[in-house]
Design a protein around this ligand. Structure first.
Ligand code: TXA
Ligand code: MG
Length: 337
């Protein structure tokens, strides 16, 4: 298949937006930029188009897709009994890195929701992508644009690595500003429950809603037969051949631990301050120790880069669980399996 590349940095580029929207309207696959990670989009109401997403990614069909919409006014088209909390969160955090699980209307195919009667809804903070969705007139089902099992894509170049020749188009809207996927909150239960930590901190949700519980899958390893409420949380996101060891705690201490245990040529994901301790290793700086926003932007990039090396062990420094740290730690620990 021929893949068309769109470099699209402004909503003024109406011609490219119309062409990209046309791919979606005709049932094609289009990689789209968002503030979190790149998505692999298709018309979420078109079962055949949605099936093609699963095929292109090699994604298990019981893993539901989320629908991307340009604003909260589209919620009632696809969702039943939308609670006040949804509008409250949309008002405060949309467009932004937040996905809300709501009751679906019959028009949303079970193929899209992996057989569930609920659907994830998200309004991405990327003006070009919102303009494309608006122009297409359809809600865009979009999982992260990586091949299943690989780290999510935070640049259009990463999407090219995974999807070139398999999809109709790639929209290059620049590098992702957040770098980890959206936070997922289930609003069909009381109190609301966090299903996946992401670009919007749990603290912000609690500030807006009061009590928010946390699904066990977020913080603990699932036992055999246990099911996380977000089906995707059961999959290991990235399985490097190398053994990954994740270290939380004071940066100077964890850096000293790594120094004492690593063999030359090993891989290190570390805070910027400690890179110089590992001249004989393959290092990927994660950002300054106190700068979680930068760490979130770089975490998938660091993991993806190790695919281009043959390191057999990776040690990773991990921030604490507050703010964006919960999402960064969750992604690193999933990589470690
Ligand atoms: O930031 C993001 O959310 C990115 C960008 C592209 O928007 N998308 C993304 O999609 O991360 P994906 O498919 O890679 O992850 C969506 C997660 C999966 O773990 C899936 O199981 C869960 O959301 N999910 C989707 N619909 C659900 C539902 N109705 N109930 C529970 N979990 C759901
Ligand atoms: Mg994903």
């Amino acid at each position: 298949m021929e893949t068309k590349w769109f470099t699209l940095r402004t909503v003024e580029d109406k011609e490219s937006i119309a062409q990209a929207a046309d791919i979606l309207r005709r049932g094609g696959l289009l990689a789209i930029p968002t503030e979190t990670v790149y998505g692999l989009g298709a018309d979420g109401l078109d079962e055949t188009a949605v099936l093609h997403i699963f095929e292109a990614k090699g994604r298990p069909q019981d893993n539901p897709l989320i629908l991307h919409i340009p604003d909260a006014s589209w919620l009632t088209r696809y969702c039943e009994d939308v609670p006040d909390a949804a509008y409250k969160l949309a008002e405060r955090f949309w467009p932004g890195p937040l996905t809300m699980i709501l009751k679906k209307k019959p028009c949303v195919p079970l193929r899209t929701t992996g057989g569930l009667e609920t659907v994830g809804m998200r309004c991405p903070d990327h003006a070009v992508t919102r303009a494309i969705i608006e122009a297409s007139g359809v809600p865009v089902a979009a999982p992260s644009a990586n091949t299943s099992g690989r780290p999510s894509c935070t640049t259009a170049e990463h999407v090219r690595e995974d999807m070139w020749g398999k999809i109709d188009g790639i929209v290059d809207g620049g590098p992702c500003q957040v770098g980890v996927e959206s936070t997922i909150i289930d609003l069909t239960v009381t109190p609301p429950q966090l299903l996946r930590p992401g670009g919007l901190p749990l603290e912000s949700l609690r500030d807006a809603l009061g009590e928010v519980t946390v699904d066990k899958a977020v913080t603990q390893k699932m036992g055999d037969g246990e099911k996380p409420r977000a089906p995707g949380m059961k999959y290991r996101h990235y399985a490097p051949h190398a053994k990954v060891t994740v270290l939380t705690g004071d940066g100077a201490e964890t850096a000293a631990y790594i120094r004492a245990h690593i063999t030359p040529g090993g891989g290190v994901i570390c805070f910027d301050e400690y890179v110089k301790l590992f001249p004989d290793c393959v290092t990927h700086p994660l950002g300054a120790e106190g700068d979680k926003a930068e760490q979130a932007r770089r975490v998938f990039d660091a993991l993806r880069e190790f695919d281009h090396t043959d390191v057999t062990e990776i040690f990773a420094q991990c921030p604490d669980d507050t703010g964006l740290g919960l999402a960064i730690g969750n992604r690193l620990k999933k990589a470690a399996g």
